[in-house]
Write a protein that binds this ligand. Structure first.
Ligand SMILES: [Zn+2]
Length: 106
């Protein structure tokens, strides 16, 4: 199912109904990825006045100007990151350690 490049995606607010859902940032240059908590993404958009909970999840990629920590590219793709099932609760906990902070130092 092809999407137009400018499709903003589903509003972030929609994912609030999925407990533990985050935003996965995928580097299209090297395939590095990291999950960021949904509320952290929304808070950052609001703080920088780039958007809010109505911002589409795919549009978030275009609003992130942070280079990839692995390859330095700025070629993000964003998609919802649903938490794994209850049987992998320990994995969820380990995964919650932030690999990548979406926040930049001021
Ligand atoms: Zn990369």
């Amino acid at each position: 199912m092809a999407r137009p490049a400018d499709d903003p995606g589903v509003p972030l607010d929609h994912y609030r109904q999925h407990a533990g859902c985050g935003v996965r940032f995928c580097c299209q240059a090297c395939a590095w990825s990291a999950d960021v908590a949904l509320e952290a993404v929304i808070a950052r958009l609001e703080r920088r006045r780039l958007g809010d909970a109505r911002t589409g999840i795919r549009a978030v990629a275009r609003l992130s100007h942070r280079p990839c920590p692995r390859c330095g590219a700025q070629a993000w793709e964003t998609r919802p990151a649903f938490p794994p099932g209850p049987s992998t609760a320990n994995a969820t906990k380990a995964r919650s350690v932030p690999l990548y902070s979406f926040d930049e130092p001021n």
